[in-house]
Design a protein around this ligand. Sequence first.
Ligand code: NAP
Length: 361
Amino acid sequence: MSKLKVGIIGGTGMVGQRFISLLENHPWFEVVSIAASANSAGKTYEQAAGSRWKLSAPMPDSVKNIVVRDATAHVKEICAEVDFVFCAVDMKKDEIKKLEEEYAKNETPVVSNNSAHRWTPDVPMLIPEINSEHVKVIDSQRKRLGTKNGFIAVKPNCSIQSYVPALAPLLKFGIKNVVACTYQAISGAGKNFSDWPEMLDNVIPYIGGEEEKSEQEPLKIWGSVQNGEIVKAASPLITTQCIRVPVTDGHLAAVFISFENKPSKEEILKLWENYSGEPQSLQLPSAPKQFIKYFEEDNRPQTKLDRDIENGMGITAGRLREDHLYDYKFVCLSHNTIRGAAGGAVLMAEYLKAKGYIQAK
Ligand SMILES: NC(=O)c1ccc[n+]([C@@H]2O[C@H](COP(=O)([O-])OP(=O)(O)OC[C@H]3O[C@@H](n4cnc5c(N)ncnc54)[C@H](OP(=O)(O)O)[C@@H]3O)[C@@H](O)[C@H]2O)c1
């Protein structure tokens, strides 16, 4: 099977670098095109990103000599050489909306990490284990855009990727209220400690826009498809506080939850242990074998020890116990730039390919 040709829009950034790294030796996808801002355009990828490379794994040789294109000025050229693109750019929301639609209208599927289209009703926002059926809306999106193959699919915010998987199998008990405090790594802001030294020995109790996303996006994930659009769920009620902590990678959440019909602790643990979705049944290359792993030890999951579980694609949970104000409390963790960003998007693309939405042009 020949590999699908992939472009990375925003390939020089933090998430873009993760894409480059995760796609090295990917069995289905091959990076053939990289785009970024006009500042990087015309340079080889090594010249544009070499001094800013933030990952511990070295830059793959296969991409070093790719000449970076201007993502906005060279849409047609990029679309002519790829089957689909991943997109993770730092631009204004309305510019990103326009840019992503342009790629889609040039018959190039866009798998996006950006928030710009998350609330467009016919754009699916996927965690493939949880709401893969939302891909159905792509048919109506294509009609709206006037495309045969082009469309946009998005990933939700990194902050929700630990607690939404843990809550999803419990919805059947009627979740009433959720309180989630997230402790978020600095890579979530595209930074490491050398370019954000103020974060050493520090905690910042504010991440712009993050709490609204963390409270609202789960409701789209749990929404239903009606007349070619996703209608968000009305419940549960979710409130959050999102806090930046001095950690390189990994977002941890402390969660409190109350139910209409309170399950036993054993029921919750069994549902977590057995929770899987289409990525597992289709054996997609990036799917974690076990989606949620629960630790019995009181001091787990720990960000540094456990973020890389299942190659950074697994969710870990621990400290599930009864609470005197809510029914239960627990902690959970996910790797923000792998499951929460590039890895989650690669899994989405694998699912979209397996279902025939992405194919060779
Ligand atoms: N970091 C995370 O954990 C995370 C998680 C989920 C979602 N996201 C989202 O992913 C996106 C990228 O985040 P990031 O952390 O990777 O940001 P970043 O490290 O700042 O990288 C931004 C990228 O956007 C490019 N860019 C900036 N202005 C551009 C323009 N006018 N035209 C084309 N490209 C332009 C940059 O190119 P140059 O190098 O040429 O400037 C760079 O490749 C954001 O929307 C963010 O919200 C991030």
